[in-house]
Design a binder for this molecule. Structure first.
Ligand code: TRP
Length: 339
């Protein structure tokens, strides 16, 4: 690890394969930043249990898909440490200490937890919420602080968690002495992509996503049936690219052509069918090398195991270094009793 570089910690829940929204919102950024920062990428499997306790059987397969997605877009394991949350016990140890520094009332106020709970029909203000659900931001704070990260590239929805992480770090430092840097959130310049249905952002749970590993025929079908400007009924009606998800995809993945598309659409000089065809071609160009690399990596039978084993090993090592500081700071290193 290059000691002069600052540290990034970011990650994903292994709930499925990664899609174009992930690419634009975070993967692209990670590939760029891994050259300037010591990067740690956590696959947050404990967080899946928060709302999928009964169907954890897919998690291992999802982890494999995500690691393949990472490698295929250019995340380089020699620069970025990819690891699994549950395989780093120091994370749980740090979570225990941090959990003493936050009130239940403060946890209940976290807007992201509130929104996630509401989506599955729980009122986080009431007592029906599970302790681990209410508390997962504390575990996420441990994800970040165990690596003494300076920067957390993540989406806007993660802001409340980073805010809590900063409070926890500050609280710990004040009580036990300077131990953790106060991390900053880094929001990607490109906002998240809208979904194919035009409603909300692209997401697995809304079923409106194009996956990085979707075969091109499937992508073509998804684009053909995607939402466009509802005011454009006839071919001669002018379009409004700024509200059309197809246009957002042109902007993100067909940038040289995007201004041209905008002009043609808003003057009714191109129809949706043609516009969608051009997008499909652009996506095919963009995804071809990514999918080729994915196929090559998938053939290397030991690659994933090596990447993940090495990543977890390194994460445990770095984590143990931090825990030595933490145990000393809280005077739980038991130097008179433990060798
Ligand atoms: N909560 C994040 C998500 O749902 C995943 C995550 C877990 C994470 N730990 C993290 C993100 C630490 C950034 C930093 O996508």
């Amino acid at each position: 690890m290059d000691e002069l570089k600052k540290i990034i910690l970011t990650g994903d829940r292994p709930t499925g394969k990664l899609h174009l929204g992930h690419y634009v919102g975070s993967l692209q950024n990670r590939v760029k930043l891994q050259n300037e920062y010591n990067t740690f990428i956590i696959i947050a499997d404990f967080q899946v249990l928060v709302d999928h306790l009964q169907d954890s059987s897919q998690v291992e397969a999802n982890v494999k898909e995500i690691v393949l997605d990472y490698l295929s877009v250019g995340i380089d394991p020699s620069k970025s440490t990819i690891f699994i949350q549950s395989a780093v016990p120091q994370l749980s140890e740090l979570t225990t200490y941090l959990s003493m520094l936050v009130t239940v009332a403060r946890l209940r106020r976290n807007p992201t937890v509130k929104a996630e709970a509401k989506r599955i029909g729980i009122d986080s203000e009431q007592d029906g919420i599970i302790y681990g659900f209410l508390g997962y931001p504390v575990s996420q704070a441990a994800d970040i602080l165990l690596f003494r990260a300076h920067l957390v590239p993540a989406g806007e929805d993660q802001r409340p968690h980073i805010e809590q992480t900063r409070e926890l770090a500050d609280h710990f430092n004040k009580l036990f002495g300077d131990t953790f840097p106060i991390p900053d959130l880094l929001i990607s310049e490109t906002p998240r992509l809208p979904g194919l249905s035009g409603e909300g952002k692209m997401s697995k749970s809304l079923g409106n996503a194009i996956y990085l590993s979707d075969p091109i025929d499937e992508i073509r079908k998804k684009i053909q049936t995607a939402f466009t400007d509802p005011a454009r009924i006839k071919r001669t009606d002018i379009g409004h690219p700024e509200i059309c998800p197809i246009f957002s995809y042109h902007r993100a993945f067909d940038c040289k052509n995007a201004d041209n598309i905008a002009t043609m659409c808003s003057s009714a000089n191109i129809g949706c069918v043609k516009c969608k065809q051009q997008l499909t071609e652009a996506l095919e160009q963009f995804l071809k090398p990514i999918q080729q690399r994915r196929a090559d990596f998938a053939k290397e039978s030991n690659l994933l195991r090596e990447v993940v084993t090495d990543g977890c090993e390194k994460a445990r090592q770095v984590g143990e270094g931090t825990m030595e500081l933490v145990r000393k700071a809280v005077r739980y290193d038991y130097s008179s009793l433990l060798l």
